[in-house]
Write a protein that binds this ligand. Structure first.
Ligand code: XBP
Ligand code: MG
Length: 253
């Protein structure tokens, strides 16, 4: 009787903002500010201030909390945030379609390698589907993804695990069969709360955040000459490869 060896890595679930692409500083932030200006508001989010505002996931909620902290009533803040966020989203879609957003180094190669080895590739993001789908299509081709779950598909946003739990349902997998790749503390918490092993790949905004729960922390997915392993298996210095993800899939979380 032959015992079929099941691959411990059935899927890899990628976050988008900050993970597959560095979209926040020169993308979302610019679109938020353009929406404020178009509405005749004097608010402008500096690079530094925006880094702190990222503690709130979801662009509409981010605006709403900011408006409330700047003297707007809860009702007015909610109404204005909805209008501003819809305009911001339209502006960010336009920015995406100019090709201004680039994928992070190594992401396209890793996605292609996973697909070549018949490992499912999924996305679990807080972002709004209106821009997530065109961004993924422009950068990677939307057919590269078996499942895409966005902030438009769930009620509760990261660090709540909802988007990862929904992704696992659509993949028809359990959490032990997949590994998540995230860039932020909110994202790592969401993945770990869903029972997933999670690799953190930090960026300028998230480098100093608490990535407790991640099985490894890198400063990039891949780079000529190798990446810095801030925490985890030193072998990961070669970058986040399919083989490395398979080894991580066996790590006892
Ligand atoms: C990051 C977020 C999003 C983006 C802005 O999502 O929190 O809110 O900052 O996009 P993730 P929206 O890292 O999970 O991809 O304005 O569409 O929310
Ligand atoms: Mg992110």
């Amino acid at each position: 009787m032959s015992i079929e060896r099941v691959d411990p890595l059935q899927a890899v679930i990628f976050d988008v903002d900050g993970t597959l692409a560095d979209t926040e500083r020169d993308g979302h932030r610019v679109a938020f500010n353009a929406a404020f200006e178009a509405a005749g508001l004097s608010y402008r989010w500096s690079v530094e201030e925006y880094g702190a505002l990222l503690a709130t996931t979801g662009g509409r909620r981010r605006i709403e909390r900011y408006l409330q902290s700047h003297g707007h009533s809860p009702t007015e803040a909610a109404e204005l945030a909805a209008t501003l966020h819809a305009d911001k989203t339209r502006r960010f879609v336009a920015l995406v379609r100019t090709g201004a957003m680039q994928e992070r180094p190594g992401t396209a190669e890793l996605i292609n390698a996973l697909r070549a080895e018949r490992v499912a590739v999924a996305v679990a993001t807080t972002g709004t589907s209106d821009w997530v789908l065109p961004l993924l299509d422009i950068l990677f081709g939307i057919d590269a993804f078996d499942v895409v779950v966005t902030g438009s598909d769930v009620t509760d946003l990261k660090p709540d695990p909802a988007v990862y739990l929904e992704t696992l349902v659509r993949l028809d997998l359990t959490a032990v069969e997949a590994v998540a790749v995230e860039d932020s503390a909110n994202g790592v918490q969401a993945a770990v709360s869903a029972g997933l092993r999670c690799v953190a790949v930090v960026n300028g905004y998230t480098r100093d955040q608490d990535m407790s729960g991640a099985v490894a922390v890198l400063d990039d997915l891949a780079r000529p000459g190798g990446v810095s392993v801030l925490r985890g298996d030193p072998q990961l210095a070669d970058g986040l490869t399919v083989a490395a993800l398979r080894r991580l899939a066996r790590v006892v979380a």
